[in-house]
Write a new protein. Sequence first.
Length: 196
Amino acid sequence: MVAWGIDQGFGATTIPAGLSGVTAIAAGIFHNLALKNDGTVVAWGNNNEGATTIPAGLTGVTAIAAGREHSLALKNNGTVVAWGNNNAGETNVPAGLSGVTAIATWGYHSLALKNNGTVVAWGSNADGQTTVPTGLTGVIAIAASFGYSLALKNNGTVVAWGYDGSGQTTIPAGLSGVTAIAAGSTYSFALKPTAP
């Protein structure tokens, strides 16, 4: 694994010595996570809010996500573990949340995609980013950024909610055939198999 760029003195680009067997990575603002092939997580960088203090005994992890100052792990039993900054409730995983197949986070809120195609959100709702649209189903992928959220449906369309100051939740008219989504700080991406 290789890292580069400015780390503001938090060591975010200083990969832990001997780190190997990594199958996935996630980058927060100034902290990072690595998922190993044995289902454990390694974290480094800014730990001012506990984002890199991995809960004791955390194993069986299949996916990871890094927020501004918090971290998420999806376990192989479909549950979610969160740690770090909780000033906006971003690590308050809803009680009884299970059947999760994907997680996403950024800023101060978190998302979970359930195996029934619905989305659960928690944390800051200052811009409506955790107010999941009523009746949203058939979701196959999720993405989160500062103040907004995205969902990709199984019919190739995209749903967005939350902050729209830069048009990041204004879906282009007629957008369809989407196969993947990503959320930037003030913009959104949709991958199509052919040019629009």
